[in-house]
Design a protein around this ligand. Structure first.
Ligand code: NZQ
Ligand code: ZN
Length: 385
């Protein structure tokens, strides 16, 4: 096991009818900005619960945060914060709203010339406004981590950043609020969480048994409960298990002391930035390609995944078991109703070239061994045409 240090200070409030408790979590006298997205919270009762809980506070609203949130939108919220002297932010939504809020609370306190440097130059975040979240979709884990992904619409750059200053003070997870999700977003969330675990688990063995067993538990939960959420969307325990699994998929715990990959995500972000695919759609395309091209490097962990999660351990050869495991992953994505090839989304050679050129321009070498160059990205995406 590699050395590590671990802290996760986020207070989780989990369960039915818990949104009302947010009034106790925000310091009395705070001037609050509520951030949210395109309006789903106004149709499913979440907005009303939040407004009721904030009745003792002076608050403002900032709506219209889009999926794959834009830097340009976030900067409008930063202006509002400065104008109204806001000192606490409450994100009500999914990964997009929470990520946007992380950027907003950092940019509002940023002393440098250009807040985009937080993303493009990974400028250090010295201070950020405090914020809490009310999660409305289980997917990213943003509710219990300190990272975020923001897109500059002007240049189609989708970049990640993070800071220990950006953990939410609290996150309220009421599984019932996810009943109103369109099934497509349920699928997206399950596949995103699944790939988060894979990014931290399918690398090379590091004898980290606790992390491995925990990762396998999260994966088994996702593949068991994910399809059920599509069949019986109002099953509370299914939603609760998915919500908690997605949070644990990316709250830092399973990444302790193990190598991490993240190539699938970095390649996927380029596909979203250039062609507007949903985050999870890009992952469903790219992951099978990464595993196929890197199958020698990742062999031991693919075999472990096959055996512990998909029950693939019969007397086939190792190569056959690896291929069978990659097929099982594709089958799971299809069961979750996500398409897994570029051509399914109307993309072809031009996308392969454009994405690999961008990786080249950025000078990135991805993956746990930093050996996924632009040429390897081309090979990966060519397999997924
Ligand atoms: O905008 P509204 O109207 O609220 O609708 C949203 C949005 O259209 C809708 N929705 C959310 N909760 C709902 C609901 N509709 C009905 N009922 C509900 N309860 O769902 C749509 C998608 O929401 P979004 O927040 O975009 O989804 P998700 O949580 O999947 O977030 C995706 C973003 O997170 C980033 C992605 O790149 C993408 O930008 N990620 C963030 C990570 C992190 N911070 O750790 C890690 C991830 O890998 C990922 O990159
Ligand atoms: Zn993701």
């Amino acid at each position: 096991m590699e050395n590590f240090s671990f802290v996760n200070p986020v207070k989780i409030i989990f369960g039915k009818d818990t949104i009302k408790s947010l009034s106790k979590e925000i310091p009395a006298g705070s001037k609050v900005l509520i951030t949210y997205g395109g309006g789903s919270i106004k149709h499913n009762g979440v907005y009303d619960q939040v407004i009721k809980a904030l009745s003792a506070f002076d608050f403002y609203e900032f709506s219209g945060i889009e999926a794959n949130p834009h830097y340009e939108t976030c900067m409008k919220a930063v202006e509002l914060i400065k104008e109204k002297n806001i000192d606490y932010v409450l994100a009500v939504g999914g990964g997009s709203v929470i990520d946007a809020t992380k950027f907003i609370v950092a940019a509002a306190c940023f002393k440098g010339d250009d807040p985009w440097d937080i993303l493009s130059k990974q400028a250090r975040i010295e201070r950020a406004l405090p914020f809490g979240t009310v999660l409305t979709i289980s997917a990213t884990g943003s509710e219990m981590n300190s990272g975020a992904v923001i897109t500059k619409a002007e240049t189609h750059d989708k970049l990640a950043f993070g800071s220990s200053k950006l953990y939410p003070k609290f996150s309220i997870l009421d599984p019932e609020v996810t009943y109103s999700l369109p099934l497509k977003q349920v699928s997206n969330g399950v596949v995103d969480a699944f790939v988060h675990v894979i990014e931290q688990y399918v690398t090379y063995p590091s004898q980290a048994m606790i992390q491995d067993k925990f990762a396998e538990a999260v994966l088994v939960t996702l593949i068991t409960e994910g399809p059920k959420a599509l069949e019986t969307p109002r099953d509370y325990d299914v939603r609760a298990n998915l919500m908690w699994a997605s949070t644990w998929a990316l709250n830092g715990w399973i990444g302790c002391g193990v190598p991490e990959d993240w190539a699938t995500h970095r390649i996927g972000h380029e596909l979203t930035a250039l062609y507007g695919l949903d985050h999870a759609q890009t992952l469903a395309i790219v992951l099978p390609g990464v595993l196929s091209v890197l199958k020698d490097q990742k062999a031991d962990k693919i075999l472990q995944l096959g055996e512990m999660v998909f029950g693939i351990y019969n007397n086939m050869s190792k190569d056959e078991r690896i291929d069978e495991t990659i097929r099982a992953i594709i089958h799971f994505f299809e069961e979750m109703q996500l398409k897994t090839r570029l051509s399914d989304y109307g993309l072809g050679q031009e996308a392969v070239d454009a994405v690999s050129n961008r990786i080249k321009e950025r000078g990135w070498k991805l993956g746990e061994k930093e050996n996924i160059t632009a040429d390897v990205v081309k090979e990966i995406l060519t397999l997924r045409m």
